[in-house]
Design a protein around this ligand. Structure first.
Ligand SMILES: Nc1nc2c([nH]c(=O)n2[C@@H]2O[C@H](COP(=O)(O)OP(=O)(O)OP(=O)(O)O)[C@@H](O)[C@H]2O)c(=O)[nH]1
Ligand SMILES: [Mg+2]
Length: 317
């Protein structure tokens, strides 16, 4: 039979993001003669038959780096088609390990902070991993604004509480809206937090905000990514079709909702964690759980393959 080219069975790969106490992550350069040769990677390798992902990761990091993984936790799962090969990267964060990392296969190693990682240096599938490393575990959605001074005081409290990713979601219009968003952006910048503008690409552009958050309706209408790579594009998704659309636009991350029952959308049928888990696994970007979430649900969302949790009540408080 003639060869049909690409292997139809995706290659499962255990990938480790090894972190040090300064928050730097370990990257290695792939040998020139290998698949995606010359690019930087996170160490790891193919999961053998009858091996779990964590067993494969332990074996690979011992073979490639000479370290022992003591504990790892899921970061993200990314399916990617290179044309000549399909891969599923099962990515784990390795916070606890022992030994000294050495390039045992002759590969150059480097330790870099997440913001020092340039996706262009890595295989295309790694873009979502790098985004996941840059995003926090909470995505705070603002309440509507009835009185700007009170709204800004709440923003200050949220930032003082350590939140670093905020969605500007207010119904003010015109100049009032622009002025409030501009002030909110300045306060976020002052502490190194990021502000995304809900449903308003024009305002995100005009203020050079950190990005835009597309509503489900905008997501379904757009045909191309509305902002350049140095501004985030996030989107609201409610089903696998929306996740595919978000992937084809090249969004950076999404929220998937409603995971649980929520007072803000009383008629909506909750997805539950099983559907969240399955749908998030199909997304090549980080996904936050939204709908009936509290900050305490973060660990659960991460166990279910999410980046963390998003919400208004319990977060904008
Ligand atoms: N280890 C690793 N592999 C990655 C990354 N990103 C990515 O697309 N891959 C792809 O995953 C596949 C398997 O990884 P690998 O080449 O490390 O596998 P391995 O250690 O078992 O090596 P081998 O080919 O010598 O048996 C390759 O096609 C590689 O291009 C990454 O960040 N780390
Ligand atoms: Mg390898």
């Amino acid at each position: 039979m003639p060869s049909t080219g690409a292997d139809p069975i995706p290659l499962r790969v255990a990938v480790g993001v090894v972190r040090d106490e300064r928050g730097r992550v370990l990257v290695a350069r792939r040998a020139l003669d290998r698949h995606q040769g010359g690019r930087w990677e996170f160490p790891g390798g193919k999961v053998e038959v009858d091996e779990s992902v964590s067993t494969a990761l332990r074996r690979e990091l011992t073979e490639e780096l000479g370290i022992t993984v003591d504990e790892c936790r899921p970061l993200i799962r990314i399916a990617h088609d290179y044309g000549d090969r399909q891969v599923v990267l099962e990515v784990r964060t390795v916070d606890r390990w022992s030994g000294e990392a050495v390039g045992l296969e002759g590969q150059p190693l480097d330790w870099r902070l997440p913001h020092e990682l340039d996706p262009a240096d890595f295989p295309a599938a790694n873009r979502g991993i790098i985004t996941a490393l840059r995003l926090p575990g909470h995505y705070v959605i603002s309440a509507d604004c009835h009185e700007p001074a009170a709204w800004l005081a709440m923003l200050d409290r949220v930032l003082a509480g350590g939140e670093r990713l905020i969605q500007f979601r207010v119904r003010l219009q015109g100049e009032d809206r622009r002025v409030l968003a501009d002030e909110a952006l300045a306060r976020c910048r002052a502490v190194g937090a990021r502000l995304l503008i809900n449903g308003d690409v024009a305002l995100a552009r005009a203020l050079a905000a950190d990005g835009v958050h597309l509503t489900g309706r905008e997501l379904s209408r757009l045909r191309e990514r509305p902002l350049p790579p140095d501004q985030w594009v996030a989107a609201s998704c409610h089903d696998p079709q929306a996740i595919r659309q978000a992937a084809s636009l090249g969004v950076d991350f999404a929220v998937l909702s409603p995971v649980a029952a929520t007072a803000s959308h009383p008629g909506a049928q909750p997805l539950g964690w099983a559907a969240f888990n399955g749908w998030a696994a199909e997304a090549p970007f980080p996904v936050y759980a939204l709908g009936g979430m509290t900050p305490d649900d973060r660990a659960m969302a991460c166990r279910q393959g999410g980046q963390g949790v998003a919400g208004i009540s319990g977060f904008w408080a």
